[in-house]
Design a binder for this molecule. Sequence first.
Ligand SMILES: *Cc1c(COP(=O)(O)O)cnc(C)c1O
Length: 372
Amino acid sequence: MVDLATQYQAIKSDIDSAIQEVLDSSVFIGGPVVQRFQKSLEAYLSVKHVIPCANGTDALQIAMMALGLKPGDEVITPSFTYIATTEVIALLGLTPVFVDVDPKTFCLDPSKIEAAVTPKTKAIVPVHLYGQASDMDAIMEIARKHRLFVIEDNAQGIGSDYYSKDGETRKLGTIGDIGCTSFFPSKNLGCYGDGGAIFTNNDALAEQLRMVANHGQKVKYRHDVVGCNSRLDAIQAAILNVKLPKLDEYVAARIKVADFYDRVLGASDKIETPYRDGKSKHVFHQYTVQLKGVDRDALQAYLASKEIPSMIYYPAPAHKQGMFKSFNLGDLDLPVTEELTKHVISFPIHTEMTEEQQAFICSEILHFVNAN
Ligand SMILES: *Cc1c(COP(=O)(O)O)cnc(C)c1O
């Protein structure tokens, strides 16, 4: 699905010397390299505060802890997402309230949010799935009206621009109270291990986020709140310092692949290509289509026989996972989510794809859907 080896070869000398510098300095945790990455990411995102942390799941957890969410508080979130988003809600004893997604964007459907708001609702966690922005204008309006926090799960959307209806262009992840991202190797901005970051424009929240991520301390050995230990290490920061300046180029490469797929696969009426609504720049963490009347398992098996990988993100909705059994969500009705889990399929997309690879993949996909 991705080709991290070829990407590494293209930047090998810069990466190797950046890692070597960390080894020579022997400052492995914190220090100038991590600080430089934090400042560069703040500049890239035009956001006041970036708090680096250990991974994207921690970023979400720290965000919810820093906002002071308490057991019993309700958090509105999609069920059609990677499990991390909803897992941390349950981990903190909060109550996930699953809202259906929009059939075109695959992101939280704002028209269904207000019906889910109760006096216990404290936050909305939109997920910018596959690199497609959620409808942040509408979500922020609902949040303001009901005084809810917004935590953007931007693990798949880093590098995207959101064109707000006030005429401003903002980096995705910097619109809500807090944005969270992951630097897992296969993400759009990936390091070579685990990494994550939290963003906010709110000074008081930034202080709280930093404290929670660092054992609840502001002053060494004084622990004011219950926190956790979540750090981005210097080797990962050094790798990210090399890759961040290339993020826009990487995003452009992904969009080019998506454009090619759209052009070729869009010709089939059995394939619905990803929606692009002009309200944001889709950064294609995944290239995911909906199949119409095509046997998905058979297509996957056929592609596998041609050594073409494909993936189902995600084969089951979060609310049907065993981890939420105690919430008795069995008969929760999320028709769009259910449909998508049955019909979506993702094809390879990455920054080093050749036109030959794209043409080969498309011709095999079309060969199968046209014959079946
Ligand atoms: C990857 C991902 C996460 C978690 O990030 P990790 O760094 O793997 O902990 C959270 N949410 C979404 C939508 C993701 O894709």
